[in-house]
Design a protein around this ligand. Structure first.
Ligand SMILES: [Zn+2]
Length: 363
């Protein structure tokens, strides 16, 4: 069974308005799920638009993360209100929670991403974290969302940091899928890998322009937000579980185990994981192009103000046994690191991270 894409996708400047007739057909008592106060105004507008369509609308916010505490609390709210759908309007954590909750209650989910930080509006996956943001596991869902509304006017209101984060996460698709799946004969997987290569090239060309430029009539911005929010999800949909994440996400998952006062976005951590993956490929797989790729990515990541070391994520790996903790989680049995085509030991992870944190990348 493969869930390739949402049933219906609305995209562009008036996507939300255009989606209203279909949403009102699908649901009479939706629950709008959100999180941050920065997006409250947008959610209020969504709420009022649905009310004026004569729907009975409720809303709820996540308190922490896409975690079991929030999930069971929101499920109770939905049962009490008798809601017949979830409209998840926010970033990746909100979208992942909304999809998970809707599936477990057997009601449809409508995703309305409010930034380009993630492809979670598209996928049939939810990443589960602890209340404090430590990665636990990802859960494969039975289907992609019923409707995805990718409204550019909403995405424009998000801080530019979310766009940078989305670019790093989408870039990882090529580097991760090409190394884990290059020997798979399945044609669809091969095609998915090639889409992720074109996606990477477009982001290398347009990412910087999108980050710095205006929104209005900026084709680089439009292509970049859709690459991050839509195409990255499509790659996972077509490639399926064979087109897997590899070391970059394994490093992400391990780094989130260290709780820091300042929270970093998913893609910001994945970006650092991606540079680490390339160092690992250089050391273990004799990948002579890895250093070139690192330099190329480093230029873009600097331009996008993205962190490029674990230190810049607010973690000193040489303190509090942090290096040990990260290496342990990276190498644990269920880790995506084992999708790499070579064996990897904890000692090697420690070596790569130690050298990485001490180095200065020169371009
Ligand atoms: Zn990701």
């Amino acid at each position: 069974m493969q869930s390739i894409s949402p049933e219906t996708i609305y995209r562009g400047n008036s996507a939300w308005e255009k989606s209203l007739p279909q949403i009102t057909k699908l649901t009479k008592r939706p629950l709008i799920l959100g999180r941050g106060f920065q997006t409250n105004n947008l959610r209020n507008n969504i709420f009022n638009d649905l009310k004026s369509q004569k729907l009975t609308v409720n809303s709820a916010n996540l308190q922490f993360d896409c975690c079991y505490e929030d999930i069971s609390r929101v499920k109770n709210i939905i049962s009490n209100n008798n809601n017949d759908s979830v409209i998840a309007a926010g970033g990746g954590k909100v979208l992942d929670s909304g999809k998970y909750i809707a599936e477990s209650l057997n009601i449809p989910c409508i995703t309305v991403p409010l930034s380009a930080s993630t492809c979670a509006g598209w996928t049939a996956l939810s990443n589960i974290y602890t209340k404090d943001g430590q990665f636990i596991k990802d859960v494969a869902l039975g289907s992609c969302p019923k409707i995805l509304v990718f409204d550019h006017k909403f995405i424009q209101t998000a801080p530019s940091r979310t766009l940078a984060s989305g670019i790093a996460d989408a870039l990882a698709k090529w580097y991760e899928s090409s190394i884990t799946s290059s020997k798979i004969d399945d044609g669809l997987v091969q095609q998915a890998i090639q889409i992720s290569r074109v996606l990477r090239d477009q982001l290398l060309i347009d990412g910087g322009k999108a980050f710095k430029g205006q929104f209005e009539n900026n084709i680089s911005w439009q292509n970049t937000v859709e690459a991050c929010g839509l195409t990255a999800g499509l790659v996972g949909g077509i490639g399926g579980e064979k087109c897997r994440t590899a070391a970059a996400h394994a490093f992400h998952n391990a780094i989130t185990q260290i709780i820091t006062p300042n929270k970093f976005l998913h893609g910001e951590i994945v970006g650092v994981g991606l540079l680490l993956q390339l160092r690992l490929e250089e050391m273990k797989n004799n990948n002579k192009l890895a250093d070139q790729s690192i330099k190329q990515l480093f230029v873009l990541m600097e331009e996008l103000n993205l962190p490029t070391t674990i230190g810049q994520l607010g973690i000193n790996v040489f303190e509090n046994n942090n290096l040990e903790k990260i290496a342990d989680f990276t190498c644990r049995d269920k880790s995506e690191i084992h999708f790499l085509p070579f064996e990897i030991s904890k000692g090697e992870i420690i070596e790569v991270i130690t050298n990485f944190e001490k180095q200065k990348i020169k371009t």
